[in-house]
Design a binder for this molecule. Structure first.
Ligand code: BEZ
Length: 252
């Protein structure tokens, strides 16, 4: 799924995305390694990888986000490419990815995994986190009810697999799975209108063909539905569930 990103808003108002990704970097085993940041967005974690001493570079499909990455971190190398078809001129010790794979359709995951496998050296580490089974289930449920109340059908646009399903895809792709966890991560959203802003930023495809007034009415209705559940003392929380994995490319 390709979406048009508002790079500045994404970088400033949704900085929790890369802040949470920071702890994922601790799963990297070894020093002075080459690391490919797959779906690097505006480059905050690519920069952190470089600060930790890794030879880091980033790939992303979005021209808007890459422009922000190049502006903020001109010393780093960023390339525009799609995660399901990217080619690298060299093999890396680590392929790292944060909050990206839920944007890739289920049918394209095997292609993406195959490209990661090719991009890694033998014994290379594939370390990633993205939305897992049940991610944002309350939000998508409320949106589905708001669509249905207006005789519309809500198509949840993301891929949120279970540990079993994803570990199996990794094994079919030749990887050995070392760690695979599904964890709840309720996440505080910025601002008093946090949930509506979150929906406007991330949930675009289901609203295609729907006019701006109706779109806004649906978003407000979903937020009103969830106020007693996801809003506490004036702050909104998104019901994030993460799938966090480390897999290794075997020596032979
Ligand atoms: C996530 O990081 O889990 C996510 C963010 C936006 C849309 C869907 C999932």
């Amino acid at each position: 799924m390709n979406i048009q990103w508002d790079a500045e808003k994404y970088t400033n108002d949704f900085s929790f995305v890369h802040q949470y990704g920071s702890s994922l970097l601790d799963l990297i085993d070894g020093e002075n390694l080459s690391v490919l940041d797959l779906g690097c967005g505006s480059g905050a974690l690519t920069k952190e990888l470089a600060e930790r001493g890794y030879d880091a570079e980033g790939i992303d499909a979005s021209a808007e986000l890459l422009q922000a990455a190049r502006t903020h971190y001109p010393e780093l190398r960023f390339t525009q490419a799609d995660a399901v078809s990217f080619q690298t001129g060299r093999q890396f010790d680590v392929v790292f990815s944060n909050a990206v794979f839920h944007w890739i359709d289920r049918e394209k995951q095997a292609d993406m995994i195959a490209h990661v496998f090719d991009a890694l050296k033998p014994q290379g580490q594939f370390i990633f986190e993205f939305g897992g089974h049940g991610n944002n289930a309350l939000i998508h449920g409320a949106l589905a009810r708001a669509f249905e109340a207006r005789n519309l059908t809500y198509q949840m646009p993301f891929y949120f697999p279970t540990v079993g399903e994803y570990a199996s895809l990794l094994e079919q792709g030749g990887f050995v799975v070392r760690t695979a966890l599904l964890l709840d991560r309720p996440t505080r959203l910025n601002g008093g209108d946090g949930l509506c802003e979150w929906i406007r930023m991330f949930v675009k495809a289901p609203f295609e063909g729907i006019g701006p007034d109706l779109r806004e009415e649906i978003i407000r209705s979903a937020a009103a539905d969830l106020e007693g559940i996801l809003c506490h003392n004036g702050s909104w929380y998104a019901d994030y569930v993460r799938l966090r994995c480390k897999a290794v490319k075997p020596l032979v």
